[in-house]
Design a binder for this molecule. Sequence first.
Ligand code: CTP
Length: 393
Amino acid sequence: MTLKDKNILLCITGSIACYKSVDLYRELKREGANVKITVSSSAAKFISPYIFESFGEEVFSDDAFKSPLAHVSLSKYADLILIAPATYNTINKLACGIADTLITLVVSASQDKPKVLVPAMNPNMFSNKILQKNLDSLIEQNFYVVSPGIGGLACGDFGEGKFPDTSDIMFELESVFKEKTLKGRRVLITAGATREYLDPVRFISNASSGKMGISLANEAIKLGAEVSLIALNIDTSCQYINKNIRIIKCKSFADLKDALLSEFKRCGILLMAAAVSDYSFKEKSSNKIKKGDLNLNVELVQNEDLLKALSEMKKEEQIIFGFAAETDSVIENGRKKLSEKSLDYIFINDVSKDIIGGDENEGFLINKTGEIKTFKRESKNKLAEELLAEISL
Ligand code: CTP
């Protein structure tokens, strides 16, 4: 709930995508933000200010300045100015310092308040060199820009210029308010469950969904890190995954081992949230085994402990953070794994408490000096935020 109690000034300028800002407004309110709205005179032709007034909001418009100093009081009110959609015209005016509408006037008076632009327009307009040059210049002046989506637009053209998904915009807004504590850090995260195949259709695996690892990856991006996510058999449609996360898809223990061996040396922090199979089949069939032909005494071989192996090759400045699922003697087993695998941190949870696959988690964090911190049940996103804040750099 990074946006809780934050004052957001939602400025809507005249693109056909205006109606999408209603969803954005609703999401901001759901996250506990206070919202004031300004609608430009062209935007008011696409959507009626009554929409927001019927939610009990006061709407400020170009043609009806509530007071001659509305732009000054609105810019003072705002913790963040969000221009969504931001048209070609408004972006170019802002870059040139033109202030002839309520929205451009508010920006002119906003000093160093964070400002987020959500461009939405025809792809030819978006790729126009004048606009691109002006966007670069606004970025240099600390404006944030949410990249438009790619797809079919109202005009019938296909390309870059679509109003982005609300979740992408919300992600950017939350990022703006975060201190970039992981800027310049490379974070490697593993998530999901390995699959050890017996034949092309049968495998040993476990119920880990990968949600905790995805929450960690999203949070690390918000903190400014460069993030790679080794995703093991995750349904990537089940949860928001920020597009700046580099995803390396793997299936089996062997794939994971290869990926870790090539990625680990370049990372500063490894968060090993994946549930790794301790066994693989000694022999695998490349064809599906018919039921009558299955040897019921299939032989398993033990997989090596990857964290242990990585700890042995770890450089002084690297941080290794392990996870453990337990059902008994939770803390005792956690301590044992921390020490046997030479970890800097371990987060242990009691999986008898109906946690696997859900959106919430709880557990204990132990650091290498043996200190324990308890985390009560909360969303995996919130827990990810708290766990990353615990890592001392
Ligand atoms: N892990 C690993 N290599 C394995 C098994 C696990 O690197 N072969 C990592 C997991 O990704 C996790 C941590 O070790 O970060 C603990 O995993 P867990 O399955 O809880 O413990 P195990 O070491 O496998 O021990 P056990 O199954 O006996 O509890």
